[in-house]
Design a protein around this ligand. Structure first.
Ligand code: EPZ
Length: 418
């Protein structure tokens, strides 16, 4: 079981490239099931979750080729199995994204219920209700979702709450449905917009992605396409915060400031100096940082995936800040680990009250989920002494070569394979 050792106190200096977005790559890979023509995806990040999705597509019967520039071609002309097995789905709940495409193209799908995860129960009830509204028959048997539909038909469906993968699943299903589908109260995340761009390149007719109402005119067939995955805004935000808490000066290339408005505004409010380029961000500090109040919210609000990282920033800033988590019911597991490093955080329901001005000190800690583990790395970078982070497989799910990128910026960080 790998561990990461961080010796803190060194300012991050230099520039690194940002990878393609994990949460755009996963639905884009699932979209390959909608056509029997090859899909070419570039700027794909090399992460465990991406490997898991490729494994899942492979066991469905997809032919996958990775080229020397790490572009991926997926050919789903030979799909022979429409089941997504428990042993794969339980390692990555975003596997549920194959359900809409399988149902739309093959009229059936058998997907293991994803089960909960560290940050919450994470039901998929709205995915299922939406597919039923489009004419699917859905049964839950032995831990599996068993869905069938001769041909999905267009429908109007209003989401009870904003769900990113729920929006993506139904958008993909509606692309091949008979007639028009209107989805209301949809997620506006940039990753949803990127998926709609890809589907339209494949011949779909989708309008309104990025707003809370998406219209899809179903078509008979979709063809192949080439697509460049958009930059990872959460990786970008994580490195911006790393620069701020180490008093460094870094430039992040191959990213997009326009999909990070809320994090940029909050970091500037905290006193971080941010210069925006067309596809780059330069981040530094020019003195004291101030703790800020955050409430996580669906896009364009402040992203829940940067919540843990902001707790670290608030801890080492002056003053006090509150961080309220409104998306997931249990996304503060990292608080007890940060307290081991000296953070002064009090939990009251879904709000963390962070008292700043703390000098963090290194200690052994344990990662609990993907973004929490990133916050522990950040805390280690800011802490005096050594921080050992165990269960780093969580980090590898969502950050491409995080220790290499941080090392390139001068961090004293190493992966220990024992
Ligand atoms: C996506 O998860 C992201 N994952 C998450 O990123 C991200 O944290 C989340 O959106 C919120 O932005 C991918 O895109 C692969 P939701 P998703 O459905 O779609 C409830 C990371 O670190 N809900 O938007 O699973 C749900 O319980 C990951 O990269 C229902 O109740 O999240 C949650 O409270 C973590 N019923 C809320 O909606 C449903 O049918 C938002 O969840 C679906 C969701």
């Amino acid at each position: 079981m790998d561990r990461i050792l961080v010796r803190g106190g060194k300012p991050l200096i230099g520039s690194i490239p940002i990878s393609g977005a994990k949460n755009a790559t996963l639905p884009a890979l699932a979209a390959s099931l909608l056509t029997d023509k090859p899909l070419m995806l570039s700027n794909i990040p090399h992460l465990r979750d991406v490997t898991t999705m490729l494994e899942l597509l492979g066991q469905h019967g997809a032919a996958i080729t990775v080229d020397e520039r790490l572009g991926v071609e997926i050919d789903c002309s030979g799909i022979h199995n429409t089941q997504a097995p428990y042993d794969l789905v339980r390692t990555m709940r975003a596997s549920v994204l194959v359900m809409g495409p399988l149902l739309a193209r093959y009229g059936q799908a058998e997907i293991s219920l994803p089960g909960g995860c560290a940050i919450g129960t994470r039901p998929v009830n709205l995915h299922l209700r939406g597919l039923e509204a489009m004419g699917a028959e859905i049964r839950l048997e032995e831990g599996y979702i068993k869905a069938r539909a001769k041909r999905l038909r267009g429908a109007t469906f209003i989401f009870d709450l904003v769900t990113v993968t729920g929006t993506e699943n139904l958008m993909m299903a509606a692309a091949l449905a008979d007639g028009e589908t209107i989805l209301e109260n949809t997620a506006c995340e940039p990753e949803v917009v990127d998926l709609a761009r890809l589907l339209n390149k494949m011949g779909a007719h989708i309008e309104g992605a990025g707003t809370s109402c998406i219209r899809i005119q179903g078509v008979e067939h979709l063809h192949g396409a080439e697509h460049h995955i958009l930059p990872d805004r959460i990786e970008t935000g994580t490195f911006m915060i790393a620069a701020a808490i180490t008093g460094g000066d870094i430039t992040l290339n191959r990213t997009d400031p326009h999909i990070l408005e809320a994090p940029i505004a909050k970091l500037r409010q905290a006193g971080v100096v941010i210069e925006e380029g067309p596809d780059s961000l330069r981040v530094s500090t020019d003195g004291l940082l101030r703790a800020v109040d955050i409430t996580t919210f669906p896009y364009p609000g402040f992203p829940t995936d940067l919540q843990a990282q902001m707790l670290v920033l608030n801890s080492i800033s002056t003053g006090a800040g509150t961080v309220t988590e409104t998306i997931f019911e249990n996304r503060f597991m990292h608080v007890s680990e940060l307290q081991r490093l000296g953070a002064n955080i009090t939990l009251q329901g879904n709000t963390a009250i962070v008292r700043g001005g703390v000098k963090l000190r290194g200690a052994p800690v344990m990662a609990t989920d993907l973004r929490a583990s990133a916050s522990l790395v950040l805390a280690g970078l800011a802490a005096a002494g050594e921080t050992f982070i165990s269960r780093v497989y969580h980090i590898d799910r969502g950050y491409e070569r995080i220790e290499e990128k941080l090392m390139a910026l001068g961090a004293d960080i190493h992966r220990l394979s024992h």
